[in-house]
Design a protein around this ligand. Sequence first.
Ligand SMILES: *[C@@H]1O[C@H](CO)[C@@H](O)[C@H](O)[C@H]1NC(C)=O
Ligand SMILES: *[C@@H]1O[C@H](CO)[C@@H](O)[C@H](O)[C@H]1NC(C)=O
Ligand SMILES: *[C@@H]1O[C@H](CO)[C@@H](O)[C@H](O)[C@H]1NC(C)=O
Ligand SMILES: *[C@@H]1O[C@H](CO)[C@@H](O)[C@H](O)[C@H]1NC(C)=O
Ligand SMILES: *[C@@H]1O[C@H](CO)[C@@H](O)[C@H](O)[C@H]1NC(C)=O
Ligand SMILES: *[C@@H]1O[C@H](CO)[C@@H](O)[C@H](O)[C@H]1NC(C)=O
Ligand SMILES: *[C@@H]1O[C@H](CO)[C@@H](O)[C@H](O)[C@H]1NC(C)=O
Ligand SMILES: *[C@@H]1O[C@H](CO)[C@@H](O)[C@H](O)[C@H]1NC(C)=O
Length: 906
Amino acid sequence: MKSLITNPAVVLVEWVVVVAAVNMIMTTSTLSSLPSREAEALLNSGWWQRNTTTTNHCEWVGISCNKAGSVIQIHATDYILTAGAALEKLNLSSFPNLEVLDLSNCRLHGSLGSQIGTLTNLVSLNLSDNLITGLIPSSIGLLTNLTHLNLARNRLARFIPLDLGNLSNLVNLDLSYNNLIGSIPSSIGLLTHLTHLVLERNRLAGFIPVTLGSLSNLVLLNLRSNHLTGPIPLSIGNLTKLNYLYLDSNQINGSIPSEIGNLVHLFGWEMANNDVIGPIPFSIANLTKLNYLNFASNHINGFLLPEIGNLMQLLHLEMSWNNLIGSIPSSIGNLTKLDSLCLDSNYINDSIPPSIAKLKNLKYLNLSVNLINNVIPTEIRELTNLIYLNLCHNRLFGPIPSSIGHLANLERFELFANQINGSIPPELGNLSTLDYLDLSQNFLSGPIPKELNRCHSLRYLGMSNNNLSGNIPAELVFLMSRLEHLSLSHNNLSGTVPNCPCGSCPLDLSDTYLECTLTHPPHNKAKGNSHLLAIFLAMSIFLAFLVSGFIYFCRSKITKTPCEARAMKNGNMCSIWNYDGCIAYEDIIRATNDFDIANCIGTGGYGSVYKAQLPNGQVFALKKLHSLEAEEPAFDKSFRNEVQMLTNLRHKNIVKLYGFCLHSHCMFLVYEYMEKGSLFCALSYDDEAVDLNWTTRVNIVKGTAHALSYMHHDCASPIVHRDISSNNILLNSNLEAFVADFGTAKLLCPDSSNRTLTVGTYGYVAPELAYTMVVTEKCDVYSFGVVALETIMGRHPGELLSSLSSSSAQNIMLNEVLDPRLSPPTDPLVARDVVLVSTLAFACLRSEPESRPTMQRVSQEFLACRSPPAKPFHSISLWQLRNPEGNFPPNQIQQSKKGTGITTLE
Ligand SMILES: *[C@@H]1O[C@H](CO)[C@@H](O)[C@H](O)[C@H]1NC(C)=O
Ligand SMILES: *[C@@H]1O[C@H](CO)[C@@H](O)[C@H](O)[C@H]1NC(C)=O
Ligand SMILES: *[C@@H]1O[C@H](CO)[C@@H](O)[C@H](O)[C@H]1NC(C)=O
Ligand SMILES: *[C@@H]1O[C@H](CO)[C@@H](O)[C@H](O)[C@H]1NC(C)=O
Ligand SMILES: *[C@@H]1O[C@H](CO)[C@@H](O)[C@H](O)[C@H]1NC(C)=O
Ligand SMILES: *[C@@H]1O[C@H](CO)[C@@H](O)[C@H](O)[C@H]1NC(C)=O
Ligand SMILES: *[C@@H]1O[C@H](CO)[C@@H](O)[C@H](O)[C@H]1NC(C)=O
Ligand SMILES: *[C@@H]1O[C@H](CO)[C@@H](O)[C@H](O)[C@H]1NC(C)=O
């Protein structure tokens, strides 16, 4: 022994020594004492290698003993050193006094043997978040003192043992996220102390047992995502303490029992994606505490009862994809807290009640695909928080009320396939945040109002199949140059299209057909022409429809436009144009006082950024390369690249390039000015960071996601930015996000193998770039994930990300990582958005590029109608965020009937 101990070579296997020591004790004096048997069992497990320097196992981490030195608690979450230890390694029969066994989150594999039944004093058994396979032994029924049993998130298979019904002291039972089959045993009804029953995400089939009605203490009943059939038992009416009822994503049929009216403490009721038939019972009026109610994708028929107006705490009401008939009751106006109302795809007729005006908090209103046959009420003007308004596929008639121009936050307005007549109200031009407008397939007449030119965010404009007439107003040229989709076909429009988003659309409207979707033509390359004085930007009025892409001039050739002629006449070497007309080089010189340092707002290795105000008040940012750097090919290339990319990108969350001058002695780019500077700076200064409240931060992340989705998916060739970081997200005066700095952006040509050259900012670069040089969209997705987390954490998440790989990080709560300068969100809808941002961020940070979602998917997730998380905000762990239901597969959302949102975290 002594020689062993003094031999340094054996230090590595120190614990062997202790085993030997314990064995020696056993063979001498205390052969069969309980404490020594327990010590031996702990040692033999091999799980406490780090702690064996002391022979008293009661001092080992996670172990508690009683006064007699016998183990009563093994609370060893995250502490097991031996990666991939088998559960069987610990001889459970050796701990007759054990009261608490918590080995959650230890990457344990193996199965649960029948010796578990020997732990008859066990009060709490938690083996959640491991890799345990096999079945739940029926001997578990012997643990009659158990109050908490958690085997969630393992790989348990087979049936739930009947003997579980013996655990009459059980308060909390969680078997979710396993592979359990068979039916829910009716013996579950014997567990009358249960408050939480969670069987989510197994393969449980058969009926919901009637005996559930005996569980009168239940607060949470979660059976979602199984294969349950049959009706909701009437006995559910006995569960009068229930707060949350999750039955969604099963095959439950039959009708809703009126006994549900007894559940007067219900906050959340999810029943989407089932086969429930019949009407909504009147007794629903009793559920006055409901926060959210989701019956989407069932076969519910009958009327939407006026009694729904009693549910005045509702935030989210979703009855999409059912067979509801009749009108929307005017009592809907009582639901003044409502954030989302989705009644789409039913057979609702009659009118939209004017009382809808009272829903001042409404952000999402979807009444599409119904039979509503009346006018759009002018009262809709009151819904000033609306972001999404979908009325398509109804029988609405009469004009579009001009009051729609009051909906200052509207981003998407769908009205296609109705019988709307009259002219398009010019007030639509007030909707400066409008991104998507579809008025197709109506009876609209008259001209296209020139005021639409003020819809600066519009990307999709559908007006085909109407009776529109007249010329397309010249004022719309800039709008049209930015659109990604424009449809004007089947109207009586005449004249020419002043500009068109795609180079290929016909200029002649005589065939009354015009439909184009933006495609990016191959980019012309700036040739090394020694006569080349300046390259002009083609985003301006007159040129974009001549050639799409790049236009460049040689001084002596080219017919000049008035603007350009002025610039040339004045002897300038460059001209910078924007949609307001033109800005001459001299204007820039004047505006910056010849690049006076006083106007400099930032400087970097390459050059400086200036703020420039023109006499007409317009403010620009101007990035100028230092004259020495201008000679440097790398900088030159980066500048040209930026021009090339930004010329072809039009998105409300991508910084706008107004013009540029690329001359060997003077290179600068002119952008939209961003008052609030970079996201990085805004997060760095405490006073500015506090201005970035949760809503603003969520919107910053959303805007960035939409911009990246556009770059990756809406362009003919995907464009990867390659340097997404908080430094390259800029904020305007409204704290909206803009992706900037396209110096390293790259077109991904599918047939090119040269996607090489690692660029990017340290701390934001996807891990795969360390070993492969292949740049894909998924590199941007990763960087986006970093920025998204950084935005809600208020600091770079580098430390958190490296600690996540260690198992001890698994219990970190979302609350603990949020920016401490803001108090955690209390509004459930804001909390929902913060949870969504975090969930998506973690999905984007997955190490395998293939398992990251696409930006398109991320962007769509932000647009989906969704319920607030059911769990209290403070009880959401990072583990849950990283393992969400639905798992965000990298493919797109399926447009199926069942495909409603996915992350309702429980
Ligand atoms: C047991 O190991 C843990 C983790 O290394 C350590 O924190 C603890 O201090 C150790 N306890 C003893 C008694 O050595
Ligand atoms: C487990 O412990 C019990 C009680 O100490 C003992 O009887 C049994 O032999 C042990 N089993 C193994 C496989 O060591
Ligand atoms: C287990 O239950 C029995 C009988 O109810 C009781 O005497 C005993 O104290 C309980 N053990 C623990 C650890 O609670
Ligand atoms: C409802 O609960 C009571 C006691 O809590 C019980 O006696 C009764 O059997 C239960 N009814 C059903 C239908 O389960
Ligand atoms: C409403 O709830 C009360 C208990 O609070 C109950 O007595 C009544 O029967 C319920 N009404 C309906 C219609 O379910
Ligand atoms: C609910 O709406 C109905 C119909 O609009 C109205 O008569 C009733 O007073 C409202 N109830 C409350 C509490 O506002
Ligand atoms: C968050 O900030 C925005 C912009 O500063 C502001 O309009 C909004 O009212 C703020 N929200 C809250 C809840 O303070
Ligand atoms: C990639 O780059 C190499 C070296 O610059 C060149 O030889 C090769 O032709 C390029 N391949 C493609 C597909 O552009």
